[in-house]
Design a protein around this ligand. Structure first.
Ligand SMILES: [Fe+2]
Length: 186
């Protein structure tokens, strides 16, 4: 189940919680974040390769590419037995911004996006079927958890847009990681 909680930046333990898709989407829209649910055109085998995953979502991908001017698309997959998963996890765990917007569509598994557009932190638990876009220059971080399970489509406009500029804030340390968050709010 997808989930959104909104926390004052200075009081991480206080939360407004939203579970209804329309309510989540509306709250996120107010901070410029696109949140959609996509349906696969066909059943996907568990070990589907990149081309098969992209083909299954071709209609939705093409619609978004036309709307947003994306130039390329790929699929990332991280599982608990991935040799570099601790390093991959820590790479996205600190608050950062980038000059391009970030789009993820969750083909399988789950992940937690933390958005910090103002004096609040919006935490979005994304699961299979969810698409989220983080606007350019919006402060954010991401947790795939200690035992990651993610398969996601990424869309890119330019290669250089993806250089993360870290804010040097320690705010991420004050908010729960994926495991703790799911235990408390899901
Ligand atoms: Fe990012």
């Amino acid at each position: 189940m997808s989930l959104l909680t909104i926390h004052p930046e200075k009081a991480p333990q206080q939360a407004e919680r939203f579970t209804d898709f329309a309510a989540i989407s509306e709250q996120l829209q107010s901070i410029g974040v696109r949140f959609e649910r996509w349906q696969a055109n066909r059943e996907l085998p568990v070990n589907a390769d990149q081309a098969t995953v992209i083909a299954a979502y071709r209609d939705s991908i093409e619609r978004l590419m036309r709307a947003c001017g994306f130039q390329s698309v790929d699929v990332i997959s991280v599982t608990a037995d991935h040799p570099d998963n601790a390093a991959l996890r820590s790479k996205f765990l600190s608050e950062h911004v980038h000059a391009d917007f970030e789009v993820r569509f969750f083909v399988d598994g789950q992940g937690l996006f933390y958005l910090h557009p103002n004096d609040k932190v919006y935490i979005v638990l994304c699961e299979k079927g969810d698409l989220i876009s983080v606007p350019a220059h919006t402060r954010h971080w991401f947790d795939m958890g200690e035992n990651p399970n993610i398969k996601a489509i990424r869309l890119f406009t330019t290669a250089e847009g993806w250089v993360a500029q870290f804010t040097d804030s320690h705010i991420a340390e004050r908010f729960p990681g994926l495991g703790e968050y799911v235990a408390e709010y899901a």
